[in-house]
Design a protein around this ligand. Structure first.
Ligand code: AMP
Length: 479
């Protein structure tokens, strides 16, 4: 084989999205936007403001707040070393070093920075709470009227085993209430907000599960008791749970391993071991939920994998998701801000898994014969409402003007960039699923009477330019 022939056979590499990540495409993205629009609207009515956070934060922030013992920190974080760039001019190196907490006074001292100091570890955020707390402290939000209510929407990253409803890049809708008191009304209202939001989307089969995991007075004693009981049955547990008996016995309670279920059901439950203050708090949260007409079930196994939670924890499940059926997890985390160097601060929040929420909405729509609900209309609105079929130079100028006016009135318009025979243009309009074709040829331009064809029925009508907009406005698709 000649060299030339060998070269010909070499195909350029085809790239694929990284395992566990995916592209979200239209028309599905219309549904994502619809969901996010509902977040902005509903959360604002509860007094929440949006915070936008960096995707990267120092690894230590997550290690400290999530806990080194958790799966997230010990095996799932995307972490990398950010090298200190010694090729930069000295002025920038000094700035960079100071930003990393290395205090350098002058150029002469630059040479003394060893390589060990010149890297920092960064992580693609696996969740938002830690970063929201970092921002609360860094931006002195404790000086604002308390509590501060914030929400954020965006991608999170965890190196988990991908499956339906579980990705390595996934999206969360996250809300936090920081500062103020720990009045049970705050927990109940936060839950009310997420339930209102899910109701607004028309999500069916939503179930709220709640629990209290006590606080630093009563939980350690319960954890010890749990550990003792678990040690007695240790040889009947799988390897993960066996390890957790020593490292984090609470986590055994959320094990999904088949053979462990019977054992877990017989373990002591935290509700029997809450101190008086925590029991009263839990009773009041339940009363406050009832006041708001919110139905819940209690689940003693709801412990959450993260270390900083106290008292109320909750989870919301939805239909159509198989084993990954939790769409929202949340709870109180009064100790976290202090752990991150801030003042003692009460806090509670939740994270909704947006991917799963959307999967559940889609499954729900699939299982119904008749499409219903506003969001579905949004995702099914045709991409093209008006296809402008034009022929001739004069008609082209008119077509450009028509497209501009229609777009300004909010219609989605397709204007072919090169001249096409009308037959071909109408075929193209059909393929795109356009609702109307606006036909502009020499005759139309000369008479000022434009022809509009409704593609589904084949009906044609003529309009003066001004009347066309009025007609289209009255017959808007999706309305
Ligand atoms: P967490 O931050 O672990 O409490 O998770 C909160 C919510 O985010 C869960 O209830 C899920 O709906 C969602 N979630 C967590 N991890 C993933 C993942 N790997 N892929 C998709 N959604 C996830």
């Amino acid at each position: 084989m000649s060299e030339g022939a060998a070269k010909k056979e070499e195909k350029p590499r085809k790239f694929q999205a990284i395992r566990g990540t995916r592209d979200l495409l239209p028309p599905e993205t219309a549904l994502w936007n619809r969901v996010e629009q509902a977040v902005h609207e509903v959360f604002a009515t509860f007094g929440f403001g949006e915070i936008r956070l960096p995707i990267l934060d120092p690894t230590e922030l997550f290690a400290r707040s999530i806990g080194v013992d958790t799966d997230v920190v010990s095996k799932e974080m995307f972490t990398f070393w950010d090298p200190f760039d010694q090729r930069l001019p000295p002025k920038y190196q000094i700035e960079e070093a100071r930003a990393r907490g290395i205090n350098i006074q002058n150029e002469g001292e630059l040479a003394t920075i060893g390589l060990a100091l010149s890297f920092q570890q960064l992580t693609l955020r696996p969740e938002a709470t830690a970063s929201v707390c970092r921002a609360y402290i860094e931006r002195n939000m404790q000086q604002l009227p308390q509590p501060v209510k914030l929400y954020t929407i965006g991608p999170m990253f965890r190196r988990e085993r991908p499956q339906k409803g579980r990705y390595r890049q996934f999206y969360q809708i996250d809300a936090e209430v920081l500062g103020g008191s720990d009045a049970p009304g705050i927990d109940a209202e936060l839950i009310e907000m997420v339930m209102t939001f899910l109701e607004r989307l028309g999500l069916e089969g939503v179930q709220l599960h709640i629990n209290s995991i006590g606080d630093k007075n009563c939980r350690p004693k319960y954890v010890e008791l749990l550990r003792e009981e678990l040690r007695k049955v240790k040889d009947k547990l799988g390897p993960d749970s066996q390890r957790r008996v020593e490292t984090n016995p609470l986590r055994v309670l959320d094990s999904k391993v088949e053979g462990e279920q019977e054992i877990i059901e017989k373990l002591p439950r935290i509700s029997q071991h809450l101190c008086d203050a925590c029991r009263e708090n839990y009773d009041e949260v339940k009363r406050q939920l009832a006041l708001r007409g919110i139905v819940y079930s209690q689940n003693f196994r709801l412990v959450r994998g993260l270390d900083y939670y106290v008292r109320t924890t909750f989870e919301i499940t939805a239909k159509g998701l198989g084993s990954q059926n939790a769409v929202c997890g949340g709870g109180r985390y009064d100790g976290l801000i202090e752990l991150l160097g801030g003042p003692p601060t009460r806090a509670t929040g939740f994270a909704i898994g947006e991917d799963r929420l959307i999967l559940s909405l889609q499954e729900q729509a699939k299982s119904k014969e008749v499409a219903s609900g506003e969001w579905r209309v949004a995702s099914e609105k045709p991409r093209v409402e008006v296809y402008v079929a034009w022929m001739g130079e004069k008609a082209y100028a008119t077509a450009i003007r028509a497209a501009k006016n229609l777009r300004a009135a909010g219609f989605s318009v397709e204007l072919p960039p090169v001249e096409q025979k009308f037959g071909k243009a109408l075929g193209q309009a059909d393929k795109l699923g356009a609702r109307y074709a606006l036909i502009l040829g020499d005759n139309e331009v000369a008479s000022g009477e434009w022809t509009l064809k409704t593609l589904a029925t084949g009906e044609q009508a003529t309009f003066a330019e001004a009347d066309l907009l009025k007609f289209l406005g009255k017959n808007r698709s999706g309305e």
